[in-house]
Design a protein around this ligand. Structure first.
Ligand code: GLU
Length: 302
C-alpha cells in the first residue's frame, strides 16, 4: 500500500529565540521529513498575543537557516488563519459538541479538586473542568468556549489510545485527565489544541515530530480530529533537554538562546539528545551525516 507523501512541520511559538531544547524538536522534525523525502513546513504559532515577542518569528527563521534547516514554502502564521479556526469552532458548536463557559480562573480554582498542572510550563495543561457551564450560563456572560468531552463509556471517544514512534503505546482518558477543554479563550484567542488540529489537517501534515512535553496534548488533539473528521497523523515525541534540576528546559527556566556564531556546536548538542552522533566539520556535512543515521533508523529498506 502506498502511503501519502510525507508532510512534516516545525511549529514554534514566537515567544523568544530558539534554545537548545527547541532546536532538538526542529532538528528531529527536519531529519524525519528529509529522511522520508518529505516536505518540511514551518508554522509560526503566534495566537497567544500576550506572549508573542516582536521580531521573534524572523529571528527563529534566521536561526534555523544558520543551522541549515530551511523550511519548504510557504511559512504560515496562525494569526493570519483565524477564519479556519472559527469555521471549525462553528462546526463543533453546530454538532452540539462545544459550549460557552462563563467561569473565570477564580471560579475554576475554587471548584477544582485537582492541583494546577500549569506550574510545569506544559503548553497543553489545564485543570480538570468541573462541568459548571455544561447546563447553561445562568445569566452570566460567556467568556471562553469549551469542547464537551463525553466520558467513556457513553460518548466513547474520551479514552484515546495512540502509538508514539518514540514513546510506544499511549493511552489517556481525556474526560478524567482534562475534561471539557478550552477551544477559544476568554481573551478571544483560539486555543492551541484547536488551532494545531485545524492547521495540521489543512496543511496535510502526515507526521508530527515535536518535544515530549506535548505528548500529553496528543489525546485531546485526536479527540478533535475525530470530531472534525480529519485524519490523525503519526506522532513522534522527541526527548527533552533538561535543566540542571531535571525540569524541562524552557525560556521560563532560563534557557539561553542558541549562539548563532556556533551553529555546528548547537547541532551536535541537539543530535546527542536524539542519539545521532554524526561526524562533519561543517553544518551541511554534519546534517548529511545525521540524515544518513536517521534514514537507516526510520526508513525501511526497499
Ligand atoms: N507551538 C508549540 C510550542 O512551541 C508546538 C506545537 C506543536 O508542535 O504541536 O510549544
Amino acid at each position: 500500500m502506498s502511503r501519502k507523501p510525507y508532510v512534516g512541520r516545525f511549529a514554534p511559538s514566537p515567544t523568544g529565540l530558539l534554545h537548545a531544547g527547541s532546536l532538538v524538536a526542529a532538528l528531529a522534525s527536519w531529519l524525519d521529513a528529509r529522511a522520508h523525502d518529505g516536505t518540511w513546513l514551518l508554522r509560526i504559532e503566534d495566537l497567544d498575543t500576550q506572549r508573542n515577542v516582536d521580531g521573534a518569528a524572523e529571528a527563529i527563521i534566521a536561526q534555523l537557516e544558520r543551522c541549515g534547516l530551511s523550511p519548504d514554502p510557504p511559512v504560515v502564521r496562525q494569526s493570519e488563519r483565524t477564519a479556519l479556526y472559527e469555521a471549525a469552532l462553528q462546526r463543533l458548536l453546530a454538532l452540539g459538541r462545544a459550549f460557552p463557559c462563563a467561569c473565570s480562573r477564580r471560579d475554576l480554582a475554587l471548584a477544582a479538586t485537582t492541583p494546577d498542572p500549569r506550574s510545569d510550563d506544559n503548553a497543553g495543561a489545564e485543570r480538570v473542568y468541573p462541568g459548571t457551564c455544561r447546563a447553561g450560563l445562568g445569566g452570566r456572560p460567556a467568556r471562553a468556549t469549551r469542547l464537551l468531552v463525553e466520558p467513556s463509556p457513553g460518548g466513547g471517544e474520551a479514552i484515546v489510545e495512540w502509538h508514539d514512534r518514540h514513546l510506544g503505546a499511549q493511552r489517556q482518558d481525556v474526560a478524567r485527565a482534562v475534561g471539557d477543554f478550552v477551544l477559544k479563550r476568554a481573551d478571544g484567542a483560539f486555543a492551541y489544541q484547536l488551532a494545531v488540529v485545524v492547521d495540521d489537517a489543512a496543511q496535510g501534515v502526515t507526521d508530527v515530530v515535536r518535544g515530549e512535553d506535548l505528548a500529553d496534548s496528543t489525546a485531546r488533539q485526536i479527540v478533535l480530529q475525530r470530531l472534525l473528521g480529519v485524519p490523525t497523523p503519526r506522532y513522534l515525541h522527541a526527548p527533552l533537554v533538561r535543566a540542571a534540576d531535571g525540569s524541562k528546559l524552557s525560556k521560563q527556566t532560563g534557557a539561553v538562546p542558541l549562539d548563532l556564531a556556533e551553529p555546528l556546536a548547537a547541532l551536535r548538542a541537539a543530535g546527542a539528545v536524539l542519539g545521532v552522533a554524526a561526524n562533519g566539520d561543517r553544518v551541511a556535512a554534519w546534517l548529511e551525516a545525521a540524515l544518513e543515521i536517521w534514514r537507516a533508523r526510520v526508513v525501511p529498506r526497499a
